[in-house]
Design a protein around this ligand. Sequence first.
Ligand code: PMV
Length: 338
Amino acid sequence: MATATAIAHPNIALIKYWGDLIPELHIPANGSISMNLEALCTHTKVSFDQALQHDDLVLNGKSMQGEAHNRVSNFLGRVRNLAGLSLFARVESENNFPMAAGIASSASGFAALALAASKAAGLELDEAELSRLARSGSGSACRSIPSGFVEWQAGHEDHDSHAHTIASANHWDLVDCIALVDREEKPISSSVGHALARTSPLQHARVVDTPRRLDICRTAILERDFNKLAQVIELDSNLMHAVMLTSTPPLIYWQPATLSIILAVQDWREEGLPVAYTIDAGPNVHLLCPAALQEQIVSRLQNLPGVRQVLTSHPGGPAVLDKPYASSESVSPAQNQA
Ligand code: PMV
């Protein structure tokens, strides 16, 4: 039996990935930039075991079947192909954040799985190779492999579509205050959303303008220019949600409380507070602010109607191996990917 355990953080997209050039490979229509979320993590153990007759997935202590299991099993198939292995694996994965909170766990999930499964299979992948592998599970997972502030270069095919660090986690002490909003409607998966993106007449304009927004966002991060960052991330989030709203059928992730938070953030900025919003494929609103403002923003958020809970996180590090490699086979010891 060969086992490895890895930890990865989810990330919040500052410039969004929405729509694919090649859907099967998750080659995106545009590049994107994100920040890893240190306080949130997925912890995943993978064991290739000759006693198993099929792959097993246990998520937060619950044995999974159906769609979630198939996605993980297909992913393990790719790892087996790369390593020339035929053994099935048991995958045990836990998130330290509530799934019901509506924070996407697929990015940290597939990043941790890519690292743990490749190590357990005896592969020594570098950061770009791991990022590509994670991308094949869920596009945005490629950004949870490198550390800190990360850019995913869109590329055109499998080998040139991967992510790298543009600034380390300690480069800029920003905090993401995540306002969790009540959700009544069933979530629509991002894979369905990516496929709908091309039905919006706005998607082409959004994609064509992305290199400009990427440049502004990258520069704002490197220069720690909060105003520049605030303007570009709000524009980018609004553009993605404009595409969603104008897809056929339209995709509406916002709840009334989502809009109330957006309006509150506009008022707070007019008051002079450095705070900016961004929203992924759900109703929750991420508020970025300098760490010194965290307490004030959290308490203001808690006073808004419809805000159920507020989570906070500083920028996070890369996907890392958790425990030394444990194997009865003679494979070289694992090292952290720090
Ligand atoms: O990686 P996916 O397929 O879950 O897509 C992520 C989509 C967004 O979260 C809305 C944007 C992004 O860049 O993360």
